[in-house]
Design a binder for this molecule. Structure first.
Ligand code: TYD
Ligand code: MG
Length: 460
């Protein structure tokens, strides 16, 4: 009988150690080591062709970079334009894509929808979480007459999955979810670091050797990490994150890593009773339709990837009933909000220290583009002074620590988008003016260098 071999794995980063450790030397987390059995069986269990993860089936020779022939990757362009955009123009053959997100956000829906809508494509949807009937029910809600050849398999053993793949020869494989799979080469339980790693390695080998794209659904832990090892992110070609507020209808698909395209692209969907609908013009839905301007509300021209997006930000500044004022932000970094408040206090003399400040980005969207700073600062002061900002005005600039207004990238695209949506005035940094041809825009462009300058233009 083979001796059982076990190792300790950090559940957060996948670091392996022969003995238990209190603190992980790789990711510095405490109490994350768990013992797992890692004995590999060498019995003739079928694996994806080349058995065992250490086999060297192919020997590559070094080639000169000038002599390597470049071929455009073959991409499968799906009818889902948002997904194509996030992947960098379609699904690359043989790519392994991980899609992560909180439970109930709509990962299974997104993937099943993909499996149903690509015409004449043979898709295998492997589910370890739901029964065939449940998936059928969901499929009917999304699309009653699928245009693809979609097969459903409820199985969790990778060896059995590969057997079915060999029989079916699908053009696309979807795994829901990687944490439910187990490989018979490893003895630990499904979802453990070594299982997740081994199953991903087997699927990776399959994807590369057969040039079949594989999508993996992965769960996310409460602190936002893809559950199980971080190491998964290194193994796959692309990591997508599906996020959004569960109480809002909008869902955002974000590329975190992409070997075949930009990692800053964003896809937006709306969750409806009949599946996810693509939102091709995000600005129109993110701006609330109103006639009268309200205090504390401003609009910023932000960029998400290559796409300009006008987003409404709301601020509420009120006198704190208790000694310690509350500060909270939804969809925006709280530390950055505190920095902006400090700038307003110190550089512009607004007394915000004893005030509650709440910030909210409309639509449940999270914005990381610093160009939203100027709009936020304007919203805070608009609420503080109770003077509304006209809804025909928008903003696009970063605010620095000394209250200076800094330039942002792709200013022309932002201005063009604001003009397209009917704004009459846009505030930008003075330093963005260089090389900018103002005459080609119909919108009035206000250039400012200091926050105070903008306030006197806005509020008089
Ligand atoms: P699901 O895809 O099961 O989420 P995940 O796989 O990420 O856990 O999505 C679940 C939610 O989506 C559920 O609350 C119901 C809702 N939903 C709709 O609103 N419309 C639909 O057409 C479908 C299929 C689901
Ligand atoms: Mg699911």
């Amino acid at each position: 009988m083979a001796k059982t071999k076990s190792s300790y794995f950090c559940q957060s980063c996948g670091y392996e150690s022969p003995k238990w450790l209190g603190k992980c030397p790789a990711c510095q987390q405490w109490n994350t080591f768990v013992e797992e059995v890692v004995e590999k069986k060498s019995s003739g269990v079928p694996d994806w062709k080349s058995a065992g993860s250490t086999s060297l089936s192919r020997v590559n020779k070094p080639s000169k970079v000038q002599e390597i022939v470049y071929t455009e990757e073959h991409r499968l362009v799906t009818p889902d334009k948002e997904l194509n955009r996030v992947l960098g123009g379609g699904i690359v053959g043989g790519s392994l894509v991980l899609i992560g997100g909180e439970p109930g956000i709509g990962k299974s829906t997104l993937m099943l929808q993909l499996a149903l809508i690509v015409p004449n494509l043979k898709v295998l949807y492997v589910s370890g979480e739901e029964s065939e009937q449940q998936i059928k029910l969901r499929a009917e809600r999304i699309l009653s007459k699928p245009v693809s050849d979609c097969y459903i398999l409820t199985e969790t053993s990778t060896q059995n999955i590969f057997k079915q793949i060999e029989l079916l020869e699908p053009n696309l494989v979807i795994i829901d979810s990687i944490q439910t799979l187990h490989s018979s080469h490893i003895e630990s339980t499904p979802g453990s670091v070594s299982q997740v790693r081994e199953c991903t390695a087997e699927l990776l080998r399959f994807a590369k050797e057969s040039s079949t794209p594989v999508f993996l659904i992965g769960h996310i832990t409460k602190d936002g990490m893809i559950a199980g090892p971080k190491i998964l992110e290194h193994m796959v070609d692309t990591v997508l994150q599906f996020e959004g507020d569960r109480h809002h209808v909008y869902r955002i698909l974000r590329a975190i890593k992409n070997r075949f395209g930009s990692a800053s692209e964003l896809g937006i969907y709306e969750m409806e009773g009949t599946g996810l609908r693509e939102v091709s013009n995000p600005s129109e839905i993110l701006l609330s339709q109103r006639e009268e301007p309200l205090s504390g509300v401003t609009i910023s021209a932000t960029m998400e990837g290559m796409r300009p997006m006008l987003i409404e930000t709301q601020a509420l500044v009120s006198t704190s009933p208790y000694g310690t004022p509350q500060r909270s932000a939804t969809g925006f970094d709280t530390r950055r909000m505190n920095m902006l408040l400090a700038v307003l206090e110190k550089r512009c003399g607004f007394k915000l220290g004893a005030k509650d400040v709440f910030l909210n980005i409309a639509g449940g969207i999270r914005v990381e583009d610093p160009s939203i700073d100027l709009g936020l600062v304007a919203a805070i002061i608009s609420s503080h002074e109770d003077i509304p900002v006209s809804y025909k005005v928008c903003f696009a600039a970063e605010v620095g620590l000394s209250g200076e207004i800094r330039a942002v990238t792709r200013i022309e695209q932002r201005i063009a988008e604001a003009q397209k949506l009917g704004f009459e005035q846009i505030f930008i940094s003075k330093y963005n003016k260089k090389g900018l041809d103002i005459s080609k825009f119909n919108i009035e462009i206000k250039t400012v260098a200091k926050v105070e300058e903008m306030f006197s233009l806005l509020f008089g």
